[in-house]
Design a protein. Structure first.
Length: 145
């Protein structure tokens, strides 16, 4: 699903000479208790995070699951400054939501097309690399090139 939407947006941006940003976000979930219901609880938290993020982006933006608990957000017609603003809103939304005794934070890696690359795979790889670096840096990090 990601490949379809991303490829479509790259082609559209090329044709009309537009910018867009790719944001990869990964919730970091620490459950208060482990047990039989941990998987169900984690899935519920992931669904809640997705809903919270959906409220913070525009209707024209595209959100979905990327890979192994990672979300992709394609911010259409945005420059390289927008992912920071959006990322801060996403993190604030997660920080202020009451997850009970569970702890949830968000790591974000973001790139801008064509500023940070024009090759589809290079853009994805760069965003994934930045997301990995954000996770290593700690909770609630936003990294851009």
């Amino acid at each position: 699903m990601f490949d379809y939407f991303f490829d479509k947006e790259v082609k559209r941006a090329h044709r009309y000479r537009l910018f867009f940003s790719l944001v990869l976000a990964q919730p970091n979930i620490r459950l208060s208790s482990k047990g039989i219901n941990a998987r169900v609880k984690k899935k519920e938290i992931m669904n809640t995070v997705t809903c919270l993020i959906s409220r913070e982006i525009r209707n024209s933006d595209i959100i979905g699951w990327f890979d192994k608990g990672k979300l992709f957000i394609i911010l259409v017609e945005t420059d390289n400054h927008t992912p920071v603003k959006v990322g801060e809103r996403l993190i604030d939304s997660i920080k202020t939501y009451n997850f009970g005794e569970d702890k949830v934070s968000l790591s974000i890696g973001a790139v801008c097309f064509p500023t940070d690359g024009v090759d589809t795979q290079a853009i994805i790889d760069k965003a994934a690399s930045l997301l990995s670096q954000a996770r290593v840096k700690g909770e609630n990090q936003i990294l851009l090139p």
